[in-house]
Design a protein around this ligand. Structure first.
Ligand SMILES: *[C@@H]1O[C@H](CO)[C@@H](O)[C@H](O)[C@H]1NC(C)=O
Ligand SMILES: *[C@@H]1O[C@H](CO)[C@@H](O)[C@H](O)[C@H]1NC(C)=O
Ligand SMILES: *[C@@H]1O[C@H](CO)[C@@H](O)[C@H](O)[C@H]1NC(C)=O
Ligand SMILES: *[C@@H]1O[C@H](CO)[C@@H](O)[C@H](O)[C@H]1NC(C)=O
Ligand SMILES: *[C@@H]1O[C@H](CO)[C@@H](O)[C@H](O)[C@H]1NC(C)=O
Ligand SMILES: *[C@@H]1O[C@H](CO)[C@@H](O)[C@H](O)[C@H]1NC(C)=O
Ligand SMILES: *[C@@H]1O[C@H](CO)[C@@H](O)[C@H](O)[C@H]1NC(C)=O
Ligand SMILES: *[C@@H]1O[C@H](CO)[C@@H](O)[C@H](O)[C@H]1NC(C)=O
Length: 485
C-alpha cells in the first residue's frame, strides 16, 4: 500500500525531528539577503539553500489562502517541519486576510515563504498583456506586498509564474518585467526591507536562456530580477546529473549574476514502484550545482488531480503521508549542503538584453511606463486590499477614470485610490468573464499564469500544463462569482 497510517497534526508534532541536517545553529528566522548569485542568512552570514515544497492545498486555481486560515496552516506546518524543509512557495493568497498567525507559525518552525503576488483574476494576461498591465492590477500587487513585507521570513516575491508558457507567448515578458520594476520601486518607496523580487519560468527549450537573460538585463537595476526560479521536470525517476540535462542547465546558467533555484521540480512520469525516488536531491545540494543553483522546491505538498502530492489531505485536521513524502524526507536528511560557500560568485555581470526576434523572442527592451494612476500608491500605500475576487485583466481603459475616483481614507493624494474604482471594475470584469468566451479564456490564461500547478498533468512532459481542466474549472468559478455578485 502507498499510504502510511493517518497522521494528525498532533501526531506530526510529536514526530517532529531536527529540521535539517544543515544549519542547525543558524538563526533561521533572520531575513535572507542576496549577494552575488546566492542567498545568505543576514545574521549568520551562512549561505542559504532552499529546501522547499510548493504549497497550495486545493490546487492553485482554488482561491483558498492557506496562510490566512490557521486551521489549514496549523495542520500543515508541523508536517513541513517533520519533512525537514526551510521554505514553502505559495501561488495565491488573499491579501485582505490576516496572515500574522500563520506567518508566526512558519517563522517558529524556521520556514521561509516565497510568495507569488498574482491571483487568477488579477495577473498579466497572455491574450492581452498590455491591457492587463493597469493601475487596478498594480494596486492588488502592491497591497499584497503591504500585507507581507513586515515578515522577516518572506524570502522573496514572484512577479509571475510561467506567463511565458509556449514559444509564442514571449511578448508577455515585457509586461512581467515592468511589474518586477514597479514592485522593486514600490518596496523602496515604502521603505520596506529589500525583499528579493523574481520570476518563475517554465522550462521551454526555445526560450529558456533568452528569458533568463531578459529578466536580468539592462542598465536599470530596478527592472532586473533579484532571483530567477526555473520550473524544471527534467529529472525523472532514477536519472542522473548528465542524463537529466541538469549538467547542461548548470552550463547554460553559469555566469548568471543573481541566484537561480528550481521553483518547481519532481517529475512524476517515471516512478520507482509507485512513488518518486527524488534522487535529484543528491545532485541539487552538491557542489556540482551549488556554484549556480541555490536549491529548490518540490512540486507539491498536497495531492491534487494531477497526482504530484506528498500528502493526501484527509480532513480539516489530518493528512496522510504518502510514499513520496517518506522518500523525500529520507533524501533531504541524507544530504547536507556543500561545504563553505558552495562556490558562489560575486563577479558575474548582469546579462546582455536579447534582441527582438520574430517568433522566437518578442519581448521589448523598452518597458512600458507604469500607469500613472498607480504612482499615488508610492506615496500613500496601496490602500485597502481587495482579496481574490478582484478581476483586473480587462481594466486597461479604466486607468484614466481612476484619476477621478474619490480618494479613500488611506490616500491623502488627490490623484487616485483604488478601493472604489477597483471594486467596481472588478464586478464589471467578473460579469463579463462569465458572459463572453473571450474573457473567459483570458481568465483561464491568468489562472495558469499565476499558478501552473492545478493544470499540471501527470502525463505531460516537462510539466507543461494540461489544457483541459483549467478553463472548465475557471468557467465554473466565474459562474459562482456571478451568482455571488
Ligand atoms: C533571530 O533573528 C531575528 C530576526 O532578525 C531576531 O529578531 C532574533 O532576535 C534572532 N534570534 C537570535 C536567537 O539570534
Ligand atoms: C543584508 O541586507 C541588509 C539590507 O540591504 C543590510 O543592511 C545587511 O547588512 C545585509 N546583511 C548581510 C549579512 O549582508
Ligand atoms: C478549495 O480547497 C479547499 C481546501 O482544500 C476545499 O475545502 C474547497 O472545497 C476547495 N474549493 C473548490 C472550489 O474546489
Ligand atoms: C500560439 O500557438 C498556438 C499553437 O500554434 C496557438 O493555438 C495559439 O493561439 C498561439 N498563441 C498566441 C498568443 O499567439
Ligand atoms: C492523487 O490524486 C489522484 C487524483 O485524484 C489520484 O488518482 C491518485 O491516486 C492520488 N495519489 C495518491 C498517491 O494517493
Ligand atoms: C556590465 O555589463 C554592462 C553592459 O552589458 C556594462 O556596461 C558594464 O560596464 C558591465 N559592468 C561590469 C562591472 O563589468
Ligand atoms: C518597443 O517599445 C517601444 C516604446 O514603446 C516602441 O517604440 C517600439 O516600437 C517597441 N518595439 C517593438 C519591437 O515592438
Ligand atoms: C499556457 O497557458 C494557457 C492558458 O493561457 C493554457 O491554455 C495552455 O495550456 C498553456 N500551455 C502550456 C504549454 O502550458
Amino acid at each position: 500500500m502507498l499510504f502510511k497510517s493517518l497522521v494528525t497534526s498532533a501526531l506530526a508534532l510529536t514526530a517532529f525531528q531536527a529540521a535539517s541536517v544543515s544549519g542547525a545553529t543558524a538563526n533561521v528566522t533572520a531575513p535572507i539577503n542576496v549577494t552575488g548569485n546566492a542567498f545568505f542568512n543576514s545574521e549568520t552570514g551562512e549561505r542559504f539553500y532552499i529546501r522547499g515544497v510548493d504549497y497550495q492545498p486545493g490546487g492553485s486555481s482554488n482561491l483558498t489562502d492557506p496562510l490566512g486560515d490557521t486551521s489549514i496552516c496549523g495542520r500543515d506546518i508541523p508536517v513541513f517541519k517533520n519533512l525537514g524543509i526551510n521554505t514553502v512557495r505559495v501561488y495565491t493568497v488573499d491579501n485582505s486576510l490576516d496572515h500574522s498567525e500563520c506567518m508566526k507559525m512558519l517563522q517558529d518552525a524556521g520556514i521561509y515563504l516565497i510568495l507569488d503576488v498574482n491571483t487568477p483574476g488579477s495577473s498579466i494576461s497572455r491574450i492581452n498583456p498590455s491591457c492587463s498591465y493597469n493601475a487596478a492590477y498594480l494596486q492588488n500587487v502592491f497591497a499584497t506586498i503591504d500585507a507581507f513585507a513586515e515578515y522577516d521570513n518572506v524570502l522573496g516575491f514572484f512577479a509571475g509564474n510561467e506567463v511565458i508558457n509556449t514559444s509564442n507567448t514571449t511578448n508577455t515578458a515585457t509586461y512581467v518585467k515592468a511589474v518586477v520594476r514597479d514592485m522593486k520601486k514600490y518596496i523602496k518607496a515604502r521603505k520596506y526591507r529589500s525583499i528579493p523580487v523574481g520570476y518563475s519560468a517554465a522550462d521551454i527549450a526555445s526560450n529558456r536562456q533568452l528569458a533568463a537573460q531578459y529578466f536580468n538585463c539592462g542598465d536599470d537595476a530596478d527592472a532586473r530580477i533579484d532571483m530567477f526560479g526555473v520550473n524544471d521536470y527534467s529529472w525523472c525517476g532514477q536519472s542522473s546529473f548528465q542524463t537529466s540535462g541538469y549538467a547542461e542547465k548548470v552550463q547554460i546558467y553559469s555566469g548568471y549574476s543573481v541566484p537561480i533555484f528550481l521553483s518547481e521540480f519532481g517529475c512524476n512520469e517515471i516512478k520507482s514502484g509507485t512513488s518518486r525516488p527524488f534522487t535529484e536531491i543528491q545532485a541539487i545540494y552538491s557542489s556540482r550545482m551549488s556554484s549556480v543553483f541555490s536549491g529548490g522546491l518540490v512540486y507539491e505538498y498536497s495531492n491534487e488531480t494531477n497526482n504530484y502530492g506528498l500528502v493526501e489531505i484527509t480532513g480539516s485536521d489530518s493528512v496522510k503521508l504518502l510514499q513520496d513524502y517518506d522518500n523525500l524526507k529520507s533524501q533531504y536528511s541524507s544530504v547536507s549542503n556543500p561545504a563553505n560557500d558552495g562556490g558562489y560568485s560575486t563577479t558575474n555581470n548582469y546579462s546582455t538584453c536579447p534582441d527582438f526576434q520574430k517568433n522566437v523572442w518578442e519581448a521589448n527592451n523598452t518597458l512600458p511606463e507604469m500607469p500613472s494612476a498607480a504612482s499615488a500608491y508610492f506615496t500613500s500605500g496601496a490602500g485597502t486590499p481587495l482579496g481574490t475576487i478582484l478581476s483586473t485583466q480587462n481594466d486597461c481603459h479604466n486607468d484614466a477614470e481612476d484619476l477621478d475616483a474619490s480618494s479613500s481614507e488611506s490616500a491623502s493624494s488627490s490623484t487616485s485610490e483604488s478601493s472604489s474604482s477597483s471594486s467596481s471594475s472588478s464586478s464589471s470584469s467578473s460579469s463579463s468573464s462569465s458572459s463572453s468566451s473571450t474573457s473567459s479564456s483570458s481568465q483561464s490564461s491568468s489562472a495558469s499564469s499565476s499558478s501552473s500547478s492545478s493544470s499540471r498533468s501527470s502525463s505531460s512532459s516537462k510539466g507543461y500544463a494540461n489544457t483541459i481542466q483549467v478553463p472548465f474549472f475557471i468557467q465554473m468559478l466565474a459562474q459562482v462569482w456571478t451568482l455571488l455578485l
